[in-house]
Write a protein that binds this ligand. Structure first.
Ligand code: SF4
Length: 227
């Protein structure tokens, strides 16, 4: 079991320093070239892998280039065009609804405020944060996905359980300049080392500061259960 630093702020600083060094080039792994493509890709990525989304979007973005294209397509056709994505029927409805609202209320553009984005179907705070950060260069919060949720808890940075509460808690201890990269660094670490079922603590650069380190910690703080 590692020993976390004395304060959560110090723990965050140490974790950030080490992960910046470990993953110097980390960034969003969805492929996109316009704001609309990013919005669509993030909506499709809910409970689906980025790899699968990138595969499906290659053809999708060739066919659907504007908000009008999504608004005018039938849900059946859209569902067919995103087949292979989890919950493709629901998400087809979201894409059509998004296209309609963008056309009717935003001149076909992707809005740049949290409230306008979260008014779109299929767009929650997490999706809106990603779009704001990567399409508009606006950082209003911290994206809390499953990796951020799990690893922040394992490292003793938060004891909150729900994504909304975790985000609020993290915003109080992660320096604002690092909000965006905090997510990408933890996602990279979650994919490479600190996986959900079988974290490789022996190879982890955070092992000596991690209170969940499996060598001798009895409990996975992410779940609160014994390893
Ligand atoms: S891999 Fe192990 S030591 Fe590293 S952060 Fe995850 S639980 Fe902690």
């Amino acid at each position: 079991m590692g020993t976390p630093l004395d304060s959560r702020e110090a723990q965050v600083d140490e974790v950030l320093d080490r992960l910046y060094e470990e993953y110097p080039d980390t960034d969003i792994s969805l492929n996109f070239s316009t704001e609309l493509e990013l919005l669509v890709a993030v909506v499709l990525s809910a409970q689906c892998t980025d790899e699968r989304v990138n595969e499906v979007c290659e053809d999708l973005f060739e066919k659907y280039r504007t908000a009008e294209d999504y608004a005018e397509a039938s849900e059946e056709e859209l569902a067919d065009d995103i087949y292979g994505i989890t919950f493709h029927n629901n998400k087809a409805g979201y894409l059509k609804g998004i296209g309609e609202i963008l056309v009717e209320e935003h001149g076909g553009e992707v809005p740049d405020t949290m409230s306008e984005l979260t008014d779109l179907p299929g767009v929650g705070r997490k999706t809106a944060n990603v779009v704001l950060q990567h399409a508009h260069d606006v950082t209003e919060g911290i994206v809390v996905d499953t990796h951020v949720q799990r690893i922040s808890r394992r490292l003793g940075i938060t004891e909150e359980e729900r994504p909304g509460a975790i985000e609020t808690d993290l915003m109080g201890v992660v320096p604002e300049d690092d909000w965006r990269m905090f997510t990408h660094l933890l996602i990279s670490h979650g994919r490479a080392t600190c996986t959900a079922r079988n974290p490789d603590c022996d190879e982890c650069v955070l092992a000596d500061v991690c209170p969940s380190e499996r060598g001798d910690a009895a409990v996975d703080l992410a779940s609160g259960e014994a390893w």
